[in-house]
Design a protein around this ligand. Structure first.
Ligand code: ZN
Length: 225
């Protein structure tokens, strides 16, 4: 090394495109393919620099077959999955298994914000209808209006007269509530029954520790016994 200046590091490693901050980053100590894998893993939600490093080393230590299976699964997800043309669920066959199921009630549609919400409802094993995925919720703060959501095919589904009831299962957040209110206004015009999932106190919890808004929602959503 000719001197202690960072520029000399840059010169020495022949990385003219690297910014000094990247040289100071401990990640740059890794071989280029490893740095690249860590950088890609860091883009995943909930994965920070340390976790990305741990995952990358796990992949490095795993067998060739396991690493190839992971790479193939990532490729397949992008190549073979698409949105169902009826309900917008993520699927490998169009229409999806829910929309073509002869044992499910095709006249009962549950509207959710994200495809992952379907799994939460399916876990109850008590819903036998079908779904509609909006892929988001109305959020003026983030510049998301109804036109950014997949609402069009829900409205046409209802207008075709094939739907008896629409259950609005958007999240109990400001955005989810705004979306539910908007959808109920749009869908009631078509003369369909529109319901909203109940909100309230989690099972197994204590009323004493319930916040006032949840308590209010629970009181509003009470039912006859
Ligand atoms: Zn579908």
């Amino acid at each position: 090394m000719c001197c202690n200046r960072l520029e000399c590091f840059e010169h020495r490693f022949q990385l003219p495109n690297y910014k000094i901050t990247q040289l100071l980053n401990p990640m740059s100590r890794f071989a280029e393919p490893m740095s690249r894998l860590i950088d890609e893993l860091k883009k995943l939600p909930g994965v920070g620099a340390k976790s990305a490093q741990r995952l990358a080393f796990h992949i490095l230590r795993s067998s060739d077959e396991d690493a190839e299976a992971l790479a193939a699964a990532v490729r397949d997800v992008k190549a073979n999955l698409r949105l169902c043309s009826v309900c917008n669920n993520i699927t490998d066959v169009d229409p999806c298994v829910y929309c073509t199921s002869p044992t499910r009630n095709q006249r009962l549609v549950c509207v959710v914000e994200e495809p992952t919400n379907i799994a939460a409802i399916e876990k109850t094993k008590h819903f036998n209808g079908v779904f509609h995925v909006l892929h988001g919720a109305i959020s003026p703060l983030h510049g998301i209006g109804p036109e950014q959501l997949r609402i069009g095919n829900l409205v046409s589904r209802v207008e075709s007269g094939d739907v008896e009831e629409v259950i609005l299962a958007t999240n109990p957040t400001v955005e989810g509530e705004a979306t539910a209110v908007y959808l109920s206004q749009q869908l009631k015009r078509a003369g369909v029954k529109v319901t909203r999932i109940a909100m309230g106190i989690p099972v197994g919890s204590d009323i004493e520790y319930t916040d006032e808004i949840t308590m209010l929602k629970a009181m509003e959503g009470r039912r006859d016994m």
